[in-house]
Each structure stands twice: as structure tokens, then as C-alpha cells.
Ligand binder design. Structure first.
Ligand SMILES: C[S@@+](CC[C@H](N)C(=O)[O-])C[C@H]1O[C@@H](n2cnc3c(N)ncnc32)[C@H](O)[C@@H]1O
Length: 235
């Protein structure tokens, strides 16, 4: 897949805040050292590292970790090429557009509320531009839909995907969103969800809703660290 499309910076206010405070405390450390304030310089250098290391890991996730996560989730699905796919909280289309490359005869629904603070440059226009850049616009639908109230019929989706969306929703809402994912999943269908929190609950809710959990494990090169749940609806 090309990398001309931009999939945004997740939680960009935090990354920006960490980078900014890291830069300021680094400057403070240099000035303190020049003024002969060794203990202050040391303390400020430790504080700078405490901000810059997570900022750097966050940037690494955006530059390459999220593409690896996409490939890991999509590789776990056995594709026919004509599936109906749903990306819940699609943002700029990381998972949905990747899936669209694998379903030349299928249909991909990308749904989101396009929250600006969750992803830099978030919006339906950017997702549509990315779909054109990736050459998959003919089979991608993008709509404003809440994960807690999906607009698709029962058992109508072959593959449900989601990354870093559900933790943005409160506990009751996450339970509803998990139930909605299970509701729309067709017999024999697969759901793959990655997130930085709440995946134990998610695996339990999927099981309660009749799905079989196949995998629940850490995703490498993610920051903050994510875990993903892979489940299927038995035929
Ligand atoms: C951190 S971004 C991740 C975007 C994309 N999945 C990715 O991994 O690049 C989280 C996304 O979830 C969306 N979101 C948050 N709450 C939502 C809800 N209740 N329903 C649908 N989307 C939601 C945000 O608008 C944002 O696009």
C-alpha cells in the first residue's frame, strides 16, 4: 500500500504537550548547566527525558507502528475479496482503506464522529481524499455514525475493524458499541479491535454476545501500548 495518504496523529494534543514540555525543560537544563547550577541541570534533564521519550515513542507509532498494526489486524482475516467491511471510528481510514485494498469486489463502510482532539486533521473529507490517493474510493462509504448506534442491519457485515476508538467512550457506551459490533457481524464473520484500554471487558462482552474469541494479545510497536481482540461469529 502506498504511504501518500496521511493517517493522522492520534491524541495529538498529548504528543504536542509532551514534545513542548520536553523542549522547554531541555532548554532549561542547558541554561542551568551554563549558569553552573549542576543539580538543577540534572533534574531538568531527567524531566526532559521523561517527556521526550514518550513523545518520541508516540511519533514512532504514528510514522510506522500504526501501519504495522493495520497489517497485523488485516493479515489475521482470511479474505475472499468480496466482503462487506466496517471500520468503527475510522478516522483517516487506517484500517478501512487497508481493507478496501483486499476487497476489490467488496464494500467498506467507514463510520466516525470525527472528533478533532482524537486525531489530527480529523474529518470525512480527509478520509475521502485518502481513499482517492489509495485508489479505493469506488468501494468506500464514509458516514457520520456513532459506534454506539450503528446504522447497518443485523448480521450484515463480514469483517468489523476498529483501532483506538472505544477507549474514548464511557463504560456504558463501550458496552453498547461492543454489542453493536456483535449485532452487525454475520455468521462466519470476523471482528478485530485494537485499543489502549478495556480489551479485557471487550473480550468478555464479545463472548457474552455469542462470539468466539480467538486471540487477545499485545500489539508490538504501539504507544501507548495497545492490545487487540480477534473474534468470530460461529456459523
Ligand atoms: C485516535 S482516533 C483513531 C482513528 C483510526 N481508527 C486510527 O487508528 O488511525 C479515534 C477515532 O474514534 C472516533 N470516535 C470517538 N468516539 C466515537 C464514537 N462514539 N463513535 C464513532 N467514532 C468515535 C474519533 O472521532 C476518532 O476518529
Amino acid at each position: 500500500m502506498t504511504s501518500r495518504a496521511s493517517y493522522g496523529v492520534d491524541g495529538w494534543p498529548y504528543v504536542l504537550g509532551l514534545a513542548g514540555s520536553g523542549a522547554l525543560t531541555s532548554l532549561g537544563a542547558v541554561l542551568a548547566a551554563r549558569a553552573g547550577r549542576g543539580r538543577w541541570a540534572g533534574a531538568l534533564a531527567v524531566a526532559a527525558a521523561g517527556a521526550l521519550v514518550p513523545a518520541g515513542l508516540g511519533v514512532d507509532y504514528v510514522r510506522s507502528g500504526k501501519l504495522l498494526l493495520r497489517d497485523r489486524l488485516l493479515d489475521a482475516v482470511t479474505w475472499r475479496g468480496d466482503e462487506v467491511v466496517l471500520d468503527v471510528g475510522s478516522g483517516a481510514g487506517l484500517l478501512g482503506l487497508g481493507a478496501a485494498r483486499r476487497v476489490p469486489r467488496g464494500r467498506v463502510h467507514c463510520v466516525d464522529l470525527w472528533v478533532g482532539t482524537d486525531l489530527s486533521g480529523n474529518g470525512v473529507d480527509r478520509l475521502r481524499r485518502n481513499a482517492r490517493l489509495e485508489g479505493v474510493a469506488d468501494r468506500v462509504d464514509a458516514r457520520t455514525v456513532d459506534a454506539r448506534e450503528l446504522d447497518l442491519p443485523d448480521r450484515s457485515v463480514d469483517v468489523v475493524l476498529s483501532s483506538l476508538c472505544l477507549h474514548n467512550i464511557d463504560d456504558a457506551g463501550r458496552r453498547r458499541a461492543a454489542g453493536e459490533m456483535a449485532r452487525v457481524l454475520a455468521p462466519g464473520g470476523t471482528v478485530a479491535v485494537s485499543d489502549l484500554a478495556g480489551t479485557d471487558d471487550l473480550a468478555a462482552w464479545f463472548t457474552a454476545d455469542g462470539l468466539r474469541v480467538l486471540r487477545h494479545e499485545r500489539v508490538p510497536r504501539t504507544f501507548p501500548p495497545q492490545r487487540w481482540v480477534l473474534a468470530e461469529r460461529p456459523r
